[in-house]
Design a protein around this ligand. Structure first.
Ligand code: SF4
Length: 127
């Protein structure tokens, strides 16, 4: 599925520094005309994803586009300790089912082990 212009804008901003990107630079980088870009920027601004700040680029007035909500990068190794990641019953497990996270001893044990690991490393005290 092709990326929407909004997704491409967010991706470009995500990979830029925290100072944002000039609107004119975005237009050139994404190879879109100013009117089309402005429509997408307005949508993102209404959703609270970006903000536009007036900016003087030499003698020209433009806007600096700043990303407000950076997506969090999740490292898979952060959750590999959860017993569910290797559980043969994963497909049959669900809330209110005979096999359920609410009653699962394997899940309880893996949470306790992880807590002990974090506690002994001092990470749980600082959380
Ligand atoms: S909650 Fe227990 S039974 Fe369910 S998927 Fe996780 S480890 Fe398996």
């Amino acid at each position: 599925m092709p990326e929407s212009l909004e997704e491409r804008i967010l991706s470009l901003l995500q990979n830029s520094g925290g100072d944002g990107v000039l609107q004119s630079t975005l237009s050139k980088s994404l190879d879109v005309d100013g009117k089309t870009l402005l429509r997408s920027l307005s949508k993102l601004e209404k959703r609270g994803m970006i903000k536009r700040e007036p900016y003087q680029d030499g003698g020209k007035r433009t806007y600096r586009i700043i990303l407000l909500k950076r997506s969090q990068k999740v490292d898979l190794s952060d959750v590999l300790w959860v017993s569910c990641t290797v559980c043969p019953d994963l497909e049959r497990c669900g809330r209110g089912q005979p096999i359920s996270p609410e009653t699962c001893e394997k899940l309880t044990a893996s949470i306790k082990l992880e807590y002990q690991r974090l506690f002994s490393s001092g990470a749980a005290k600082n959380a």
